[in-house]
Design a protein around this ligand. Sequence first.
Ligand code: AMP
Length: 223
Amino acid sequence: MYAILIGAPGAGKGTQALILQTTHGFFHLASGDLLRAAVRQQTPLGRLAKEYMERGVLVPDDVVIELLFERLSQTEQARGVIFDGFPRTLEQARALEGALGAQGQKIDRVIYLDVPSEILMERLTKRYQCSDPACGAIYNWGGNQPRQEGLCDRCGSGLYQRMDDNAVTVGRRLEAYFQQTLPLIRHFEATGQLCRIDGNQPIDHVTEQIVATLTPPRRTKGR
Ligand code: AMP
């Protein structure tokens, strides 16, 4: 199964995708994580992407598509793949549909985490992340705090604040979302693929609703 988690920065895509990976056997594929890894490793692609990410604007489609498809080709499908933060533009969506279609596959679900914009800024500027990329757990001073200040509950590594989680860059990221990703959400709505979930609820409620969307209803035996 191929499912897309779509929504604004701060809507909870990463948090939910991590839970779905850990407890429900999905493979979590986050374009932002792939880009940050490329930046850390200082690959040519990472050097190119860094400048865009620091400004809070989208990295060019061809760069993200190349990086994501390379990783997708190495993905061992467990129960399925959850795309987090990709696609973010119509062009990325078309590229993904084309690549999956070439393998006789398709996008099975598009789950939209809907969160009011006034809450997003608050969430992002209070967000902290585990410094171990293999863990990547996300915390929030606004409610989802770690048990021990500054340390990850899952792996004990230190927490850090992402360089693009400051008010100015968050403002630009939200602008990019409204201009470039909202049209894509409307596109999926028009094609009838979109499933909207209220992302402004406790984390476990949101997870329950996503899992219900991903799990096909059990057939009752007919007579
Ligand atoms: P994220 O971790 O999803 O919030 O992404 C962090 C930054 O990486 C974004 O602000 C963009 O600069 C870049 N980025 C991540 N995913 C994409 C994408 N699908 N298309 C273009 N840029 C992306």
